[in-house]
Design a protein around this ligand. Structure first.
Ligand code: ZN
Length: 420
């Protein structure tokens, strides 16, 4: 379906380093490609962390890195992350294989490409992405390419007096009481609200996603222990009432300002973390309570994708997002999308977010996402479930319009204009 190829994507999620940082940084393709994802494949394949650090070190020569890289690339090139990279190197650098010689050629081509306009070229001209919603910890982004979300996770993930001091710095306020802390959160929110398109939370990397409704008093007890500074880093059980209380505060703010909330669920990048912390079913009480918040639930909740689909079928305020997913496993992403299209109204699905730090990953991932959407919709046309016109209109929604409505036009999830 050529029509799908021509859809300018609204990419729901990226972590791209700034073009300026990329251009002035060292030109080391191996270090760059192992900045995330593929590096985790290398680690779970058995690479020692010290050896990975060597590969990431731009001061170590390519010749010194090559044997270790080649051995683990051979083990990992079959994964989704491997495929993203292969596609990017084929299309952007004209290389069909990764060899010592091709990496040398890629290095010189990369040096040529490293000039202002590189991102525009890859994002707009090659990937045909209209705008990327970015989670990069800063708001001074190139607004022609990017629209930022912001995290307030540091306000919630409090465990020690040092954590609280960092909040004092961020909010430029002294915080002596839980009331002060809530005021500081509100003030930071106020400063950011006109510059952002949503809120992001990645706390499933740190704690379970179950945030109980706790009273001010319970939260205050935990706050006072942290403020007293005697306890060092407090145990999670001790700080949980405070963290839970603050997440509820954050969602109340998001609700009153009409900002959508992106939540990390499912697979965690890196090794040794606790997957069950990020089960999207743990969020049910928040979905029930904050009906005016549009929840953009990330990464297809993988491997809890079936549960996530069922949640979106019950909650009008829950949207399912395949960001990162076509890179995690192209085949799993395809099956999940196919199942979701049978299960959910088509305004509930966000089909692409690149989730890369380096722009070549965004490009490679976008190619797999387009292919997957095309294959899934073609199957549905072939089986007679959809006609071509319906399939193309669904592709537009899931690749562009739904994200545009949620983040760029800020149409609240309860508003009928969402369907306009
Ligand atoms: Zn991410």
């Amino acid at each position: 379906m050529k029509a799908i190829e021509e859809i300018p994507l609204v990419d729901t999620h990226e972590h791209l380093q700034s073009e300026e940082d990329r251009i002035k940084g060292p030109c080391d393709p191996i270090a760059l490609f192992l900045s995330h994802y593929l590096s985790t494949d290398f680690l779970v394949a058995g690479m020692e962390p010290e050896d990975l650090e060597k590969l990431r070190n731009p001061r170590v020569s390519l010749e010194e890195k090559w044997d270790a890289f080649a051995r683990f690339w051979d083990l990992c090139k079959n994964t989704g992350y491997g495929r993203v990279l292969k596609i990017a190197l084929r299309d952007l650098y004209g290389e069909s294989e990764i060899t010592l010689e091709s990496i040398k050629r890629i290095t010189s081509k990369m040096k040529e490409l490293h000039k202002p306009g590189f991102y525009r070229h890859v994002i707009k001209e090659r990937a045909n992405i209209e705008v990327c919603i970015v989670d990069v910890g800063r708001l001074d982004v190139d607004r022609e390419l990017f629209a930022p979300v912001i995290r307030f996770d540091d306000y919630i993930n409090l465990r020690s007096i040092d954590d609280l001091r960092r909040i004092e710095e961020r909010s430029r306020m002294s915080i002596h009481s839980l009331e002060d802390l809530v005021k500081a959160l509100k003030a930071s929110f106020e400063r950011a609200k006109n510059l952002i398109v949503g809120i992001k939370t990645g706390l499933a990397y740190r704690r379970p996603l179950f945030y109980e409704k706790t009273s001010f008093n319970e939260a205050e007890k935990a706050f006072n222990r942290i403020r007293g500074g005697q306890g060092g880093v407090l145990a999670f059980d001790e700080v949980k009432p405070l963290q839970d209380f603050l997440m509820h505060k954050l969602l109340s703010l998001a609700e009153s300002y009409g900002l959508p909330v992106q939540i990390h669920t499912g697979l965690q990048e890196g090794t040794w973390n606790k997957l069950t912390n990020s089960d999207p079913s743990l969020l049910i009480n928040l979905f029930q309570e904050y009906r005016g918040v549009c929840f953009d639930v990330f990464h297809a909740g993988y491997p809890y994708s079936r549960e996530l689909g069922a949640l979106a079928k019950q909650f009008p305020n829950v949207y399912v997002d395949l960001c990162w997913m076509h890179a995690i496993s192209p085949e799993a992403a395809k099956r999940i999308l196919s199942e979701w299209l049978d299960l959910l109204p088509s305004n509930k699905i966000l089909a692409f977010g690149g989730d890369y730090i380096f722009v070549e990953g965004t490009y490679g991932h976008s190619r797999i996402a387009r292919e997957n959407v095309t294959m899934v919709l073609s199957e549905k046309v072939d089986s007679g479930a959809l006609d071509i016109e319906e399939a193309v209109s669904i592709a537009h929604r899931i690749l562009k319009e739904n994200a545009e409505n949620l983040f760029l036009k800020k149409r609240p999830c309860t508003s009928p204009t969402l369907y306009a």
